[in-house]
Design a protein. Sequence first.
Length: 264
Amino acid sequence: MMKTNRVKKLLNSGRLAVGQWVGLCDPAVVEIMALAGYDFVAIDLEHTMFDLQTVENMVRAAEATEITSLVRVSSLDPKMILRIMECGAQGVFLPHVRTADEVKLAVDAAKYWPEGDRGISGVTRAARYLAPDFMAHTRVSNEETMIIAMIEEAEAVERIDEILAVDGLDVAFIGPADLARSLGILGRKNHPRMAEAVDRVIETHRRLEKAHIGIACFHSMYDPPLETLINKGIRCVTTSPTDTALLLRACREQVQMAREAERK
Ligand code: 3PY
Ligand code: MG
């Protein structure tokens, strides 16, 4: 059976879920993120060269720890979403959502009947290759998996009412980089139009009291103090920069320390 989804548990108790985008294609990275204390990894298929077998092995690594495995798909194709769910991932990030219908299609792809219309196989990895009680598997899977719609298109901000109202959506998650592009303010950090769009998402969330809201925080495009965002209702964040950039930054520091010692 699928393990408890730590992110859902935190969100349901009003706590903050903290995750990290992962672009390094190696299960060890998931183990490292778990040891660092993250609640979830967001394995990124949108901007990387992951093959699906590696994704599956990273999901395995997550299952051996307390961390929750979420995968950002590279397209909203229901067939792609199904394959990610079949490897046992505990949820999907949907990039570049524009409409509520796109979210509904993703819910249908990821959730078993009656919440959705997920294709049936009792012999997938998610079903532990031969679910002894398939109906119990469908119930637990619906309970422990989640759908996160990225709000990173101006159109999605315009339609945030209908998106936040979709049954089965767990989190509307703001992507400041793409949102800056879509708003025409790329490269202009903490622009008022960004703050306005974020506030609109927050206010709609408050009014509807349905899905949770999240954001990529400490971001190079938008970085108000995290406590301000938390006080406004944000409950799900990914920290920036990503694993790749963190590694590069730490390695540069090591090289610099060695070069400074050489100069002394
Ligand atoms: C974005 O900001 O566009 C993202 O996808 C997440 O950082
Ligand atoms: Mg993006």
